[in-house]
Design a binder for this molecule. Sequence first.
Ligand code: NAD
Ligand code: TYD
Length: 350
Amino acid sequence: MQNILITGGAGFIGSHVVRLFVKTYPGSTIVNIDNLTYAGNLLNLKDVEQESNYRFIKGDIADRDQVFPLFEKYGFDTVLHLAAESHVDRSIANPMAFVHTNVLGTVNLLNATRHLWKGQYQGKRFYHVSTDEVYGSLGEEGLFTETTAYDPRSPYSASKASSDHFVRAYHHTYGLPVVISNCSNNYGPNQFPEKLIPLFINNIIHKKPLPVYGKGENVRDWLYVEEHAEALDLVLRKGKVGETYNIGGHNEWKNIDLVRLLCKIMDKKLGRAPGTSEGLVTYVRDRAGHDLRYAIDASKLQNELGWKPSLKFEEGLDKTADWYLSNEEWLRQVTSGDYLHYYREQYQDR
Ligand code: NAD
Ligand code: TYD
């Protein structure tokens, strides 16, 4: 890997991937294209921005006039595609933004890659980072495997499913050397405080209500973001062309149980009496079409490439809480401005 393009590198997972790659591959050039939506933040990459093997380009992945010249200039041999609109609630409010970035953006990148590589695929890789949400929703039993039929049920997951299909179609039709992974819910430092864990940490800090959707009985499978970044690096290097790998945390939590654990951790760290934060829990109107349960069978990745997560959830959550508490300036910056408008719109009638 000489010239690596990472898309969406200023976002939550992308920034951890950029950091890992800049440090792990000092002899490679790592180019990060990101158009810095509300979710993209260059503060996430402060510690790597001066590295000589790192470049940042502000650009829209769906814009042909920005993307094609970039591919010509750097001659990428590796594309690691993370840029996306990623929040289910926003997709319910505004599906078109998800079609633009997740579908059109992905196809534009595939076209640019095809145009640059011109059928010369030796040593080349297009890695598409996707989500377990494309598989739909599970009942109490069962796990998503790589052969589970797609059944996306939110505009977000429908747009990711569509992008996955295009990536596979470019492999089958044009022979493009692709690999895809579908991962479960990530958590950790630098996640925008619209997603469950950072939103609730921020609200606990400010003693604001904790809006639990429905009865809090939905289940998610949580993976620490740095472990996901390591898995992505492994799959990129060792994954077989044309294959899909599920990545998961073996770590299912009912939302309300997770929230109770988080409240306990935060009370301790903030020196508040036990039970203080749990008192902020407020049950609100459920998310439309709320998927009941996601859970990943990641045995293919373990058996073929020897990867499995190792960090205990309690420890990961503790580290995450510490990060937000010692980065209150980051939190303050990302929760000012447009965020306040989003928050009012999203939660006012619940
Ligand atoms: P994020 O929302 O934190 O970051 C997305 C980044 O993409 C932002 O920096 C944003 O500015 C950038 N971006 C958005 N539209 C763009 C465009 N048109 N052009 C260029 N850049 C654009 O998302 P995340 O949570 O870091 O997720 C990264 C990827 O991982 C996504 O593809 C997502 O579907 C996938 N994923 C996320 C999770 C999760 O739990 N967060 C789980 C599985 C898979
Ligand atoms: P989220 O972090 O948005 O991830 P996803 O919907 O992609 O799984 O939500 C995780 C779970 O938490 C999901 O079941 C919805 C729920 N949730 C709440 O109960 N309240 C909230 O304010 C948010 C943002 C999410």
